[in-house]
Ligand binder design. Structure first.
Ligand SMILES: [Zn+2]
Ligand SMILES: [Zn+2]
Length: 111
């Protein structure tokens, strides 16, 4: 193993990132981000620009978080928190809310 120091660089602005996870709080919610690597400033900016709101409780849903997805007819979907109170039994999907769009959108197998 080499003793090379790991340099963490923000994937958005290229500045050095001191430690992971990057922690930011936005509208009363905290987010801890390991991947992608971004600095606090960029994470805050991303939260401001790319948050959405939970279809169940109306609170903010931060980027880079696991979400439940409720599908309406016609391919329209709503985002809810991955919490027991917001994620109702009827929801069929979960995904990862990235920068203003769903990533890793997958169907939960009904069993
Ligand atoms: Zn940055
Ligand atoms: Zn919610």
């Amino acid at each position: 193993m080499s003793q090379q120091e790991m340099t963490l660089l923000c994937s958005d602005c290229g500045n050095g990132v001191e430690s992971l996870p990057t922690v930011a709080s936005f509208r009363g919610q905290e987010t801890y981000l390991f991947h992608p690597i971004v600095c606090v400033g960029c994470l805050n900016k991303t939260c401001e620009q790319h948050s959405t709101s939970c279809a169940n409780c109306g609170e903010v849903v931060l980027p880079y978080s696991q979400v439940g997805v409720l599908k309406d007819g016609g391919g329209i979907y709503s985002i809810v928190h991955m919490t027991i109170s917001c994620l109702t039994v009827g929801s069929a999907f979960h995904g990862f809310w990235g920068k203003g769009k769903l990533l890793d959108f997958m169907e939960i197998e009904a069993c």
